[in-house]
Design a protein around this ligand. Sequence first.
Ligand code: NDP
Length: 256
Amino acid sequence: MPVLDRFRLDGRTALVTGGTKGLGRAMAAALAEAGARVAVVSRHGDQVAAVAGELARSTGRQCQGYACDVTDEAQVTQLISQVLDDFGHLDILVNNAGINIRGPIDQLSLDQFLQVQATNVTGPWLMCRAVAPHMKERRYGRVINIGSTLSIIALADRTPYASSKGAILQMTRVLALEWAPYNITVNAMLPGPFATEMNLPLMNDPEAYQSFIAKIPLGRWGELEEIQGLVVFLASDASSFITGAAITIDGGWTVH
Ligand code: NDP
């Protein structure tokens, strides 16, 4: 097969958590553009419906929105069952939904710490567990976990977030081993700073914004479209021999 055809996702079904905003929305759009049918998930029914509608119109693919809180076990079970009813099968899971609560450890509550772990670690774990029987039975799957540069380096005032992103990297590696016999690949993308809602506090603070630029060899924040190539690659047969990998997409930040 010609190499560019191996990047196509025709006939595949993808699910993107946190697909209504920021990186998740850009990745959902890329997967649909590459040929996949896409399930867009977030906690808000009106937003998932609006985004799925826009993607369906712009790409001509079947795209549907699902309201689900990924931290809720019963909701995740119901979500996967509904998506399988609606689409028939699921090939690609992008665990992207995430939150960040910043602050020095002695100014954070336990509840804030646990909230970040619930969304960034428990959510992907529940999603992976829910898709496991289906993907194992079909002996096919592409699972893409969204970590962060903070999966591998540190910044002050990030104990909840960096702990969670370190954990998702290890979850990726363990599942890569667990699922390799079933032809399910599991990889992590580790983005650097992109201008999304999550980063508004940094973007609105000129000193913080500049301090990131100073750390990044390419000298700028990422553009949303720059997340798209990697997710299509990892979701496609072009990446069939890659599993357990963690790929930075950070303008060179973590090279230091
Ligand atoms: P945004 O804040 O822009 O979007 C987050 C998305 O996740 C929204 O769609 C939100 O929808 C959804 N979400 C949050 N909590 C839940 C939940 N419990 N259940 C279901 N959906 C939920 O984030 P970004 O696009 O910036 O980040 C996306 C991912 O990329 C995150 O995992 C983040 O950690 C990671 N990342 C981002 C970087 C960046 O620079 N932006 C850098 C490195 C990593 P709703 O609130 O409606 O549920």
